[in-house]
Design a protein around this ligand. Structure first.
Ligand SMILES: Cc1cc2nc3c(=O)[nH]c(=O)nc-3n(C[C@H](O)[C@H](O)[C@H](O)COP(=O)(O)OP(=O)(O)OC[C@H]3O[C@@H](n4cnc5c(N)ncnc54)[C@H](O)[C@@H]3O)c2cc1C
Length: 462
């Protein structure tokens, strides 16, 4: 699975033949002169109007893309099938997203400053001591965040349509438009909506894990995890415990390859688990986090059950001609942590920036080479953290002893600081060499200690 992820990233990072920067060398002479010619943009101007881009899907990826496009002079249409959509999600966002996307503080329901990592044998390690007073993980309601980003796109000039994309006809000739077939729920025709079509010069697929845009461009499938989540309303007393605390459970009982969680949301907790390899057992696995957290959620009432897919690696194809995929549609969720909100918004924005730049603020037609610039930038920026989490999942998700070792390692303050800094700021933070050495030695020590533990457990199971 990981090798697929690696391949798809590397494959798509290769420079395309459309590269406009041509290096000419003069052969057969004593002195070689390298002449770099930077070709000027040759794509045709869009006459009498601005470039028109349809963004399908109004989650964080679509909202961020539409806002950037509209601000950049593009005629922008944003389609969202359900305006009050509450995407099944934990709703945890890193601190840097608040600043980078200029989010108002009142959409953050809770500030998580403490985490408990709980091992297979129920050893709990507290994480969060290294956080500075202003640092936290933000917990948002997705219906609130998504609506806020869509409204901001509308304020910037995007037209937001309450519509469901049904299918898309690809252009019949170079430069001709895409034809989008959709059901328009804005129309005053009752619940069934009205079938309509619209043409666009380019399309951004931000329509989530089951993307229709991805199907239309034959983008290929990705491996996915199933996340099973129960939203449980617990008493105010019990809620106090989870006020600013999230719990993560690891163990064979919870998941063979993921983790279980109790996340606080605005007025309830989300209890869940996920798996890639044992999807058929997901309901059985869900019993484990419920049981392990039982004292703290006892008497709670299940108010909603959700079981959506989480992409495990990027799709084989993320750009074709004038169509690009972003967010979950592209497959940008980190392994191990299952985080995708920030990456969705970031990829939406990055893709839109490439279109604004390539079209010179909407006056020229774009082509695949413009959209590939988004891919190149994305892969260069985020390939390392994705790969690190991929490797981490492999090392620590094999069996219970390495998981015990992992939880033990989480007690280390330096590990906590590096992990939190990387999560909160999405930067690979340069470490202190001495502490790095300790970091390298600690997991080895933990794993060495885990081996006798594994042997002991094997003896017990004979
Ligand atoms: C149980 C669970 C918990 C999670 N917890 C976290 C977490 O705590 N933190 C985190 O960072 N990530 C989390 N994730 C991942 C995160 O939810 C996604 O990565 C993120 O929502 C991706 O955003 P997106 O905009 O790409 O897609 P989505 O959020 O899926 O948005 C797609 C939008 O497109 C719309 N749409 C779909 N099809 C069409 C169509 N044909 N026409 C028009 N509109 C359409 C949908 O209604 C939706 O609004 C979790 C995921 C799951 C499943």
């Amino acid at each position: 699975m990981a090798s697929i992820a690696l391949k798809s990233f590397i494959g798509l990072r290769q420079t395309t033949s459309e590269n406009k920067s041509i290096v000419l060398t003069k052969p057969n002479t004593q002195t070689y002169h390298k002449i770099r010619i930077n070709a000027s943009k040759t794509s045709p101007r869009v006459n009498g109007r601005n470039l028109k881009v349809a963004v399908v899907g109004g989650g964080p990826a679509g909202g961020a893309a539409a806002e950037t496009l509209a601000k950049g002079g593009i005629e922008t249409i944003l389609f969202e099938r359900k305006m009050d959509n509450c995407k099944p999600c934990g709703g945890a966002i890193p601190l840097c997203m608040v600043g980078e996307f200029d989010l108002p503080l009142d959409i953050i329901d809770r500030r998580v400053t403490k985490m408990k990592m709980i091992s297979p044998s129920n050893v709990a390690v507290d994480i969060g001591q290294t956080l500075k007073p202003h640092e936290y993980i933000g917990m948002v309601r997705r219906e609130v965040l998504d609506a806020y980003l869509r409204d901001r796109a509308a304020t910037a000039g995007a037209t937001v349509i309450n519509g469901l994309l049904l299918k898309m006809d690809l252009p019949k000739s170079t430069g001709s438009p895409y034809k989008l077939h959709y059901t328009d729920y804005n129309a005053k025709t009752g619940g069934a909506g009205e079938k309509k079509t619209m043409e666009a010069d380019a399309v951004i697929g931000a329509d989530g894990a089951n993307s229709r845009v991805a199907k239309n461009i034959n983008a290929g499938e990705y491996e996915y995890a199933i996340a099973f989540q129960e939203r449980i309303k617990i008493s105010d007393d019990k809620m106090k415990y989870y006020e600013n605390l999230a719990e993560m459970y690891v163990g064979d009982d919870v998941s063979p390859d993921f983790y279980g969680w109790v996340f606080p949301t605005c007025d309830h907790v989300a209890v869940g688990t996920g798996t890639v390899t044992h999807k058929g057992d997901i309901k059985k696995l869900q019993i484990a986090p419920r049981l392990r957290a039982r004292d703290k959620i006892e008497g709670g009432k299940i108010i909603r059950v959700e079981a959506p897919p989480i992409p495990e690696h990027p799709r084989p194809r993320r750009v074709l001609d004038r169509v690009a995929l972003v967010g979950d549609a592209a497959g940008y969720v980190t392994k191990c942590s299952g985080e995708g909100i920030y990456f969705a918004a970031k990829s939406g924005r990055m893709c839109a920036e490439a279109i604004v730049e390539g079209s010179e603020n909407g006056i020229r037609m774009v082509d695949e080479s413009d959209l590939r610039k988004y891919l190149e930038k994305w892969d260069k920026t985020y390939w390392p953290p994705y790969k690190v989490l991929d490797v981490l999942q492999k090392v620590f998700s094999r069996s219970n002893p390495p998981r015990e070792a992992f939880v033990e390692m989480c007690a280390d303050e330096y590990v906590q600081k590096m992990t939190f800094d990387s999560y909160l700021y999405k930067k690979v933070v340069p470490g202190n060499p001495l502490d790095d050495l300790k970091l390298a030695v600690n997991p080895i020590g933990s794993l060495v200690r885990a081996n006798p533990l594994r042997r002991e457990m094997e003896k017990l199971s004979v």
